[in-house]
Each structure stands twice: as C-alpha cells, then as structure tokens.
Design a protein around this ligand. Structure first.
Ligand code: BTN
Length: 275
C-alpha cells in the first residue's frame, strides 16, 4: 500500500493515492483550485495523460513512479524556480538511499536525474497562483525507446526499487531539502549540493532553448539557478530554460527520457523557468 514516510505524515503532509489518473500534476493543480493548500502528494500507479516538460507526453504505464507534491509558493515568488533544484536533490537523496548509487546518480540541468549518462527520472515544476506542483516521474521497471536523450530504468541498471518505496523515501527527503532551502534563504547550500552532483560540469554541451541553440562549456549555475555556459568566444551566457545535450548529438528530435516530443496539446500552465 502506498504510504508516506512517517516523518512526512508526522509533519502533516497528506497523500492522495490513485490506481490510475490523467496526470498527478493535473490532479494536484485541480486540488489547489478547489482550495487545497498542501502540503500533499498525489500518487498514481499509471497515468493516462502524463505530461513532460515542453508539453511532451510522459509515457506512464504501471511499474514506474508517478507522483506530484503540492505546496504553497514561497513568500518571495521570485524564488519559486529554485524549487527545481530542491526537488532534484530530494530525488537524488531518495534514490541514492534506495540503490546505494550516490556517486553514479547525476543531476542534469535543469531537472533530470541520470544514471551512467542515461535519463532515469524527470521533474516538471508548475506554478499557479500561490501554489506550486512538483511532478516527478522515475523509470523503475521500464523506459521508452527510442528517445532523444538516452534513457534507462532502475531495473535495467540493476536495482529493484518499487514506486511505493520511492514515495516513502522521497516524501521524507523532500521535507529535508525544503528545510535546507528555507524558502530561498538557503539557496546557496542547495546550489552547492546540486553542483556537487551535476552531470559533466566543465564539459562541452549544446542547449536548445526552443528558439535557438547555444554550445559551450557548462561552467556554473548562477545564484538564480540559470545555467552558465562559456561560449567559444570566451563570453559567458546565462540560460534560463532549455534542453541540454552532449555537443556531439545534433539530432535534437524524438523522445526525451520517458517523454515524447510529439506531445499532445496541453493547456498552457506556468511551467517555471528552469522547468
Ligand atoms: C520531463 O519531461 O523530464 C518531466 C517529466 C515529469 C513527469 C512526471 S510523472 C508525475 C507527474 N505527472 C505528470 O503528468 N508529469 C509529472
């Protein structure tokens, strides 16, 4: 049975668990519109309309983890995009504890989690009014192919982890990372911990922003969470939102992780910068 960690339940976090639902993010936003304040988790064993970043479809068959955390936006609304990094760290903590792979799991800007360079999990942060929904999908038992960015799943990588175990571990880790972040006052520590787990810092990459592409060396994350690229002319460019690829991969089409670029049309919500 799906359950939150005892620490999360004791902190007043609630759980709405479903066998199947359209999208846990969509449901969390519906709950917020109906007056729910959070903090709460929406969990489902499958989704019929799972959503990835950039309006892509997130394939959501049973066996993988699908969960969304609804919380109040921070009092300084401008700090909300930092929640992408808070969530990525919580996910890294949770999966490290469940697999023992702390060193092998890496964070890819803006908010993917990789194992051996392949996408294992994705995060979709959406804001509406004074609420934020952090949606997380983890490939536990399967992953789609072909994908634009290489994808994998925990079972294929050699770990047997159930969605229920992720929910319990993640619900505790999320509270710990939120406390560290402290509504933005602790972002320096969040940023430091994120960079310590970052995929290929110092290597060359290509960022597709939707309008254009930039190639350069991944140098840093600035104090607001933007990716800092060092371009070939030596200039630094701060990127607010985009998809990151190794510089050798110039295809830029197809699926990403568990999401498909073909995507369905979705109503435009505020997908937060970096998200
Ligand atoms: C990405 O494109 O990498 C982000 C994927 C986020 C998928 C998760 S699954 C749970 C939650 N519900 C959704 O519809 N999307 C997120």
């Amino acid at each position: 049975m799906a359950q939150l960690h005892t620490r999360a339940a004791a902190a007043g976090v609630r759980l709405f668990a479903h066998q199947t639902i359209d999208s846990t993010n969509t449901e969390a936003l519906r709950l917020a519109r109906s007056g729910e304040q959070g903090p709460l988790w929406v969990f489902a064993r499958s989704q019929t309309a799972g959503r990835g970043r950039r309006s892509r479809e997130w394939i959501s068959e049973p066996g993988n983890f699908y969960g969304s955390f609804l919380l109040r936006a921070p009092s300084l609304l401008g700090n909300t995009p930092q929640l992408s990094f808070v969530a990525a760290l919580a996910l890294h903590d949770a999966l490290s504890a469940l697999t023992g792979w702390a060193a092998e799991l890496k964070l890819k800007w803006p908010n993917d989690l990789l194992h051996a360079g392949a996408k294992l999990a994705g995060i979709l942060v959406e804001g509406e009014g004074r609420h934020v929904v952090i949606g997380i999908g983890v490939n536990c038992a399967h992953h789609p192919e072909p994908t634009r960015y290489p994808a994998t799943d925990l079972a294929a990588a050699g770990a047997s982890v159930l969605p229920d175990e992720i929910l319990a571990q993640l619900s505790a880790a999320m509270l710990e990372r939120l406390a560290q972040w402290d509504e933005g006052a602790g972002f320096a520590r969040t940023r430091r911990d994120w960079l310590a787990r970052a995929h290929e810092r110092g290597s060359e990459m290509r960022v597709a922003t939707g309008e254009r592409e930039a190639s350069g060396v991944f140098e840093d994350l600035d104090e607001t969470g933007r990716l800092i690229l060092r371009l070939s002319d030596g200039k630094r460019e701060a990127i607010t939102a985009g998809d990151v690829f190794p510089v050798a991969d110039m295809t830029g089409a197809g699926r990403s992780g568990s999401s498909t670029a073909s995507g369905r049309a979705h109503s435009p919500l505020t997908v937060l910068p970096h998200g």
